[in-house]
Ligand binder design. Structure first.
Ligand SMILES: [Zn+2]
Length: 295
């Protein structure tokens, strides 16, 4: 039974990827669109960029979520513009989520709100991150005069919901997610009655995150773990079954799977089958520059 269901799910995943009405190669110029810039993970990613996403609203690249390695190239390939980007939201300060930011900002500079985690004794807060990079004495202080930004520190205590940024159309909130000792933020974006949430890297053990993402239309998960992971890997990354249970419990309308490394490419089929055995909704497997029509 499990095998039949697994096989059926896998076929559905493939059909969803190839023929799904909500997945396109290019973004529509109206409504809310999610563009995956980098679908790769921390390891060698077979040509994929590391974590980065653009949210387009009515043809404008309003929000950049994460800026991992390779995201400068993908940002420009997508046609996104810093002039249209009001919010840059970083999930955590692992290089595969944040090292591309100075490259994206160079040389034009930009004006934006920068959100990120509140830090701990090991990792900097988002404010400290900007001091170390852009302010006097910082590594890229050359960029300092070209940037106009304010930082928003998102609590990573796991229960506080931080109001990150909003305008008359979009509302962005954040909550801490468990990723070993790394202060990490999961973000949710609401647009009218539409919503999309980003889990970032996490082990899936924060039950308050389930409430935070309740009834989202789209849930972007980072499939880097495996079902038999133990130790640090299990503390860092959720098992495929946990992702499926999370999406089911939260009532997510659609799951977008991202963050693949070559090291787990062999396990991807197996991971997708386990995900599908724990979640009955549509599943889309990310590719760089892929667009999802949230509407
Ligand atoms: Zn990562």
């Amino acid at each position: 039974m499990f095998q039949i269901k697994t096989a059926t799910r896998y076929i559905t995943v493939l059909i969803g990827l190839w023929f799904g009405t909500s997945v396109m190669a290019t973004c529509q110029s109206s409504g809310l669109q999610l563009q995956v810039l980098g679908s790769g993970g921390p390891g060698a990613s077979a040509g994929r960029g590391s974590s980065a996403y653009v949210l387009w609203l009515n043809g404008r690249s309003r929000i950049l979520l994460d800026a991992g390695g390779g995201s400068k190239t993908l940002f420009h390939q997508s046609g996104a513009s810093l002039g249209d980007t009001d919010l840059i939201a970083i999930s955590h300060f692992h290089p595969d989520h944040s090292s591309g930011l100075p490259a994206i900002l160079w040389p034009s500079g930009a004006e934006f709100t920068l959100a990120g985690p509140d830090g701990n004794e090991v990792f900097p807060s988002v404010e400290r991150f900007t001091q170390l990079l852009f302010e006097q004495g910082g590594v890229f202080a050359i960029l300092g005069d070209r940037l106009e930004y304010e930082t928003v520190e998102v609590s990573t205590d796991g229960s506080t919901i931080t109001e990150v940024w909003a305008d008359s159309e979009l509302n962005v909130t954040g909550i801490g997610v468990p990723h070993a000792n790394v202060p990490t933020v999961g973000y949710r974006v609401d647009y009218g009655d539409l919503s999309i949430a980003f889990t970032s890297d996490q082990n899936g053990s924060n039950t308050q995150f389930i409430e935070f993402i309740r009834d989202v239309d789209f849930l972007v998960i980072h499939m880097i773990g495996s079902e038999n992971a133990t130790g640090l890997m299990a503390d860092l990354h959720a098992k495929p079954s946990v992702w499926g249970q999370m999406a089911t419990e939260a009532g997510a309308g659609h799951v977008v799977v991202s963050h693949f490394s070559r090291s787990n490419a062999v396990a991807l089929d197996e991971n997708l089958a386990i995900l599908g055995a724990n979640y009955d909704g549509p599943i889309t497997v990310s590719e760089d520059l892929m667009c999802v029509d949230v509407r």
